[in-house]
Design a binder for this molecule. Structure first.
Ligand code: NAD
Length: 411
């Protein structure tokens, strides 16, 4: 994944005429922390885990990025995702840099008490480098609002009351209205923008979605409410399709009960992977990275892809899809609604003032639409795709801030 992100970074850097020296400054993480975490398990034995935090760049502000609990967490993956956060926060113009981290562990095999101990030890080790003005973690794979609440509590034990140290907290514990659906809502706004550029509207399009978790199900619900026809949805269990449009509220009820879209009575079942080549105007990959690759990109039927997941398209697939004239709204722009509402949560924590739903929605729409318009403008003026344009905008902003702070020279 790191090499894919860097390939996109270099394409935009070529356009900006950046020297190897400046590229190296922009790519090198500011700080990488790897730490052993020892906890007592429920049987009274000691277990050891490795935790990571990669702080990529803080030229534009405190660093921001998720915390993942998964066996695959390692330095390379955290570094890749930390750099993605630097470009993502810059492209939507949030006053943040990028970070990422996590613990190599399998939460499915751990009790809540063990997870609580592990999270507390992680904070104890990281407390000097995280904080509301330095690095603000958030939920990611296998971490949730409950764990964010534990982080706030543990950090506050050392530093005093600090709700702004972490976002994605429970609503009753200084969380924000609208955070749950934020990424799906952001996806809706960029899709509206992409369609408007082509003279179309949501009511005219059919949509296929891979993934029906937080991102996929919220995007489906909001798009359905706004008049789009969701014709196919797939998750890890299987797929379901209805060319007249799926009844999304009923599908959400079904998934709440059964944990999968498979066997939903309101449509025909299909093999999960087929969703990527479904005959629909819009495809939203909202599950895993690398799902659109050299082996399947030529089978994509959609004319617009909105990247809900991080890194769903490999550079090889990106080229094939460009040749097919498919418009791709890249992850760093398309799924930035989540970090944007995290920013609102942090702002509310610092102000000690809660915003209502309407304010969150209005501000999110403004930020997403403005970011799309700027990226689209650059893509037109430089004659490049939206991904290169998004990286161009992001790198330029990080460069400008870095230059104002430390002087690294323009190229
Ligand atoms: P989630 O765990 O809530 O949902 C993941 C979904 O993907 C589930 O429905 C799962 O069944 C499905 N899935 C897993 N393997 C699959 C497969 N092989 N085929 C089809 N579906 C499969 O995760 P999420 O929070 O919705 O995140 C999804 C993606 O979006 C990830 O790449 C994540 O990094 C990215 N993302 C999430 C947010 C956010 O706010 N949650 C923000 C930005 C980016």
């Amino acid at each position: 994944m790191l090499s894919d992100i860097n390939e996109y970074f270099h394409a935009a850097s070529d356009l900006l005429g950046l020297s190897d020296r400046v590229r190296s400054i922009l790519l090198t993480p500011r700080r990488v922390v790897k730490t052993e975490l020892i906890i007592e398990n429920d049987n009274g034995q000691l277990d050891s885990y490795i935790g990571f935090r990669v702080q990529h760049n803080n030229a534009r502000g405190p660093m921001k990025g998720g915390l993942r609990f998964h066996p695959s967490v390692d330095e390379d993956h955290s570094t890749a995702l930390a750099s993605l956060m630097t470009w993502k926060t810059a492209v939507v113009d949030l006053p943040y840099g990028g970070a990422k981290g996590g613990i190599a562990c399998d939460p499915q095999k751990m009790s809540d008490r063990e997870l609580h101990r592990l999270t507390s030890v992680f904070v104890e080790r990281m407390k000097e480098i995280i904080g509301p003005t330095t690095d603000i973690p958030a939920p990611d794979v296998n971490t949730n609002s409950k764990i964010m609440g534990w982080i706030m509590e543990e950090y506050s034990k050392y530093e005093g009351f600090s709700p702004g140290v972490v976002t994605g907290k429970p609503l009753q514990l200084f969380g924000s209205n609208g955070r749950e659906e934020a990424t799906g809502r952001g996806i809706m706004y960029v899709l509206i923008e992409a369609l408007e550029q082509k003279g179309h509207s949501l009511e005219e399009v059919t949509v296929a979605i891979q993934g029906f978790g937080n991102v996929g199900s919220n995007a489906a619900r909001l798009l359905h409410e706004a008049g789009a026809k969701i014709v196919a949805v797939a998750d890890a269990g299987g797929g379901v399709a209805n060319m007249d449009g799926l009844d999304i509220p009923k599908l959400i009820e079904w998934v709440t009960e059964t944990r999968t879209v498979k066997d939903f009575a309101g449509g025909e079942g299909f093999e999960s992977d087929e969703v990527l080549s479904w005959k629909a105007d819009v495809l939203i990959p909202a599950a895993l990275d690398g799902v659109l690759h050299e082996g399947n990109a030529d089978k994509v039927e959609a004319k617009i892809i909105i990247e809900g997941a991080n890194g769903p398209t490999t550079p090889e697939a990106n080229k094939i899809l460009a040749d097919k004239n498919v418009l791709i709204v890249p992850d760093i722009l398309a799924n930035a609604g989540g970090v944007t509402v995290s920013y609102f949560e942090w702002a509310q924590n610092i102000q000690h003032f809660r915003w209502d739903d309407e304010r969150i929605t209005t501000e999110l729409e403004k930020i997403m639409r403005k970011a799309y318009a700027e990226v689209y403008r650059i893509s037109q003026s430089k004659n490049v795709d939206l991904r290169t344009a998004a990286f161009y905008v992001a790198i330029q902003r990080v460069m400008d801030a870095a230059n104002s702070r430390y002087y690294i020279s323009e190229t």
